[in-house]
Design a protein around this ligand. Structure first.
Ligand code: NDP
Length: 444
């Protein structure tokens, strides 16, 4: 049996009930077959794949907190420190009812390769809770964050593990988490990223994932003889990634005609009004029905449906497994030329294959959404030197990093005879750097 098959069997056996983790490992290892077979004896000798698919440390903890009526609740807290071969663990915290150990492990595993791809010295980790911030008062969110940090603080540090935001964890939550860390540790240091601009945050971090997605998409199109300007784009999601992806796409001359949330979606043939979207989602924290009420050109639909709209480019920016095979078929039938993932693993394996089989340019999230973590690493650099760079400086660095990521994965795919297969290219480029560091550092 090949080393890859052996590991896939082992991962399936040892991680029952964790389908997302198994899916992520399968996607990565399948595309790494040519690389692994070139070095099979060496990797097997050092148990590289066993170590790569087993977190260095998984921390599970209880998070008790009291709501505004005095009732006590208990949620599950997680921090999975996956791999620190090339730098301190780095990766977001997700607060969402769907969070469980398997989801955090899938995200942490992907994060290892993503962080490697940025070219910056950061290892991979991920964390979060099944706490749902939706519908909670600020006071309740603060109570939860303080309780969460009461355990997390002992496992993190600026040179150990530097968490950031993810779904459900934005500036408000990072502020509460940071304030409490500082209080109980009595240290003012860059232990979290995504902080407010008045207390160590980096300019352009809020925009970074969405903007970075567009910088990479533009480069991918350019290298394949297309332009972004003038194109029609379908975006899913209406959170941090989606909002700033829409903003940058429109700045670059494209028209974005959709966005969505977990209950429905908007079709706006005039182009999404980003200022209105920010007001509805970031200020009022309301449903997209409010967007449609305020915008005569927009139509609101209940349920799923973003991918039925005719577009040139699709940018899934909501959540994992939100773009299925039938969505890919509809997009291809409507003439889509490129898909770049803003979310983590939003496209199912069969949908990804369908795009690739139909010559659609397809960039996986670990490359195309790496702008967020890359800018988080820039925030760590600014914190270490106790300086703060301008928006333009950070944005220019972000653009350089995203263009560089695209060329790294493009080159890796070509080197292994898979030109144009950016899924394989991203996995190979990310993998080789981490594995070479692991080989050099011995059995740890
Ligand atoms: P947010 O919580 O800000 O937004 C998520 C959006 O997706 C919301 O509009 C949400 O709707 C919607 N959504 C959630 N679940 C579903 C669903 N099942 N069906 C349809 N829509 C859904 O998260 P982010 O924008 O920060 O993150 C989005 C994705 O991008 C995640 O996969 C995250 O891991 C990834 N990512 C984020 C980075 C960042 O810097 N923020 C960096 C790299 C990756 P509703 O408002 O109803 O909840």
């Amino acid at each position: 049996m090949s080393y890859v098959d052996e590991i896939l069997e082992r991962v399936a056996k040892e991680n029952p009930g964790q389908p997302e983790f198994l899916q992520a490992v399968t996607e990565v290892l399948e595309s790494l077959r040519p690389v692994i077979s070139r070095n099979e004896d060496l990797y097997r000798r050092d148990a590289i794949l066993e170590r790569l698919t087993t977190p260095e440390r998984s921390i599970l903890f209880r998070v008790p907190w009291i709501d505004d009526s005095g009732k006590v609740h208990v949620n599950n807290g997680y921090r999975v420190q996956f791999n620190s071969a090339i730098g301190p663990y780095k990766g977001g915290l997700r607060f969402h009812p769907s969070v469980n150990l398997g989801v955090i492990k899938f995200l942490g595993f992907e994060q290892v390769l993503k962080n490697s791809l940025t070219g910056l010295p950061i290892g991979g980790g991920k964390g979060g809770s099944d706490f749902d911030p939706k519908g909670k008062s600020d006071r309740e969110v603060m109570a939860f964050c303080q309780s969460f940090m009461t355990e997390l603080y002992r496992h993190i540090g600026p040179d150990t593990d530097v968490p950031a935001g993810d779904s459900g964890v934005g500036g408000r939550e990072i502020g509460y988490l940071y304030g409490y860390y500082q209080r109980i540790c009595n240290r003012y240091e860059g232990v979290l990223t995504g902080k407010g601009l008045t207390f160590g945050g980096s300019k352009a971090r809020t925009e970074a994932t969405g903007y970075g997605l567009l910088y990479l998409t533009e480069e991918m199109l350019r290298c394949n003889g297309h332009t972004l300007s003038g194109k029609t784009i379908a975006v899913s999601g209406a959170g941090n990634v989606a909002t700033y992806a829409i903003e940058k796409a429109e700045q670059l001359g494209a028209k974005v005609v959709t966005c969505s949330d977990s209950t429905g979606w908007i079709y706006d043939p005039e182009g999404i009004d980003v200022a209105l979207l920010k007001d509805v989602k970031e200020v009022r924290r309301a449903r997209l029905t409010e967007y449609a009420k305020a915008r005569p050109s927009a139509v609101y639909h209940e349920g799923r449906g973003v991918w039925t709209v005719k577009c040139d480019i699709a940018l899934p920016c909501a959540t994992q497994n939100e773009l299925h095979l039938e969505d890919a078929q509809a997009l291809v039938a409507n003439g889509v030329i490129a898909v770049a993932e803003g979310a983590n693993m939003p496209t199912t394996l069969d949908a990804t294959k369908y795009f690739q089989d139909h010559n659609v340019l397809f960039c996986p999230g670990k490359a195309s959404n790496a702008g967020g973590v890359a800018t988080s690493a820039l925030e760590m650099s600014q914190n270490s030197e106790r300086l703060s760079w301008t928006f333009e400086e950070v944005d220019a660095k972000l653009k350089g990093i995203m263009v560089n990521i695209f060329h790294n994965l493009d080159d890796a795919a070509k080197e292994y005879g898979m030109a144009g297969n950016y899924v394989a290219g991203a996995n190979i480029a990310g993998f080789l750097k981490v594995v070479n560091a692991m080989l050099a550092q011995g059995i740890v």
